[in-house]
Ligand binder design. Structure first.
Ligand SMILES: [Zn+2]
Length: 331
């Protein structure tokens, strides 16, 4: 029982590899936040150690211990403050070179390896170039672009996609007991991020926060250059900057859908009026341009461009929405 939401193709491929004993030395599971990369990685680790008939059976001692993170041949490294250090990688390399006690191999999971330091990446590279016998490394990362190409080339890479609305809606209802209508509404807003939807189902402040962030984007559109630049300075300090940009991306995508006459696709169903008025002003081309500006900013932040600079460049690409012609602020 994999017990994984979505990612059917990856589960099928893992199952076939485990059944055939054709296992890679290193796997990289990459994809956006909240889609269950770590969960899938732990299930893969269990499958690699499982002694049941259909790995991961979830019942044998290896499966249960890995699931509880109490297996002597399995280790998870999450790093501290989002960073994985060279000491943590060195420690892990020692762990991998020892013979397994209970399972047929030693398995290490490095969560969020895009947050590893360059020194840590180089240290890990040695384990990838000369993998210790009977060891498997599993890495997860939101953005593979942030990893050394030499690491990418030595891993079997799985590009996992955002989860479908239907998958999130079902998981909310079946696994978390969320009422149908609320599950549908959260699944729309979640933009493929199941972890966000689950948190939001338990805490109304999370949806409020998303709505505030969207209001901020709408407000920025109505202001000129000076206001945008001062806002960029403030917003660049936000620790959840990537999430803010994702939220704005979700909004502009809705504007794009509305402008393109695909209103049934929108996430922010409660804000159809605002979407219609922005779609009328911006049209498909300008909405697309705003969406691209956000993707570029996210990409730049991934590549360690100064966040303020990335935000400034992005915001200046959004055309100004003038409510009336007499209200001309310098641009
Ligand atoms: Zn098992």
């Amino acid at each position: 029982m994999w017990d994984v939401i979505g990612h059917e193709w990856a589960v099928e491929l893992f199952s076939r590899q485990v059944a055939a004993g054709d296992v890679s030395h290193a796997y990289l599971l990459c994809g956006p936040a909240g889609i269950g990369k770590e969960h899938l990685a732990i299930r893969l680790a269990a499958a690699l150690a499982c002694t049941g008939l259909q790995p991961p059976c979830g019942e044998c001692a290896n499966c249960r211990r890995i699931q509880a993170n109490e297996h002597p041949d399995f280790r998870i490294v999450r790093g501290s403050n989002g960073t994985i250090s060279i000491d943590e990688v060195r420690d892990l390399r020692r762990f991998l070179t020892l013979s397994p006690y209970q399972a047929s191999r030693r398995i290490a999971l490095l969560v969020g390896f895009d947050g590893a330091t360059v020194e840590a990446s180089n240290a890990l590279l040695k384990s990838l170039e000369e993998p210790p016998a009977r060891s498997v490394l599993i890495l997860t990362a939101a953005s593979p672009q942030a990893l050394l190409p030499t690491i990418l080339s030595r891993c079997q890479v799985f590009h996992l996609r955002r989860l479908s609305r239907a998958a999130i809606e079902e998981a909310l209802q079946v696994q978390h007991g969320v009422p149908a209508e609320r599950a549908a509404s959260l699944a729309r807003l979640a933009d493929g991020n199941l972890a966000w939807a689950v948190s939001a189902s338990a805490d109304a402040a999370i949806v409020d926060r998303l709505e505030q962030d969207v209001s901020l984007a709408i407000d920025l559109c109505r202001h000129g250059r000076a206001h945008r630049l001062s806002q960029a300075e403030e917003l660049a300090k936000r620790e959840d900057l990537p999430q803010l940009l994702q939220a704005w991306g979700g909004w502009w995508r809705d504007v794009l859908f509305t402008a393109a006459g695909q209103g049934e696709m929108v996430s922010h169903v409660a804000q159809r009026e605002k979407l219609a008025s922005m779609a009328a002003v911006y049209g498909v081309q300008q909405a697309l341009e705003a969406l691209r500006s956000i993707e570029d900013a996210l990409d730049q932040i991934d590549h360690h461009v100064n966040p303020r600079l990335a935000l400034e460049t992005m915001l200046l690409r959004w055309r100004r929405q003038r409510e009336n012609v007499s209200n001309q602020e310098g641009r």
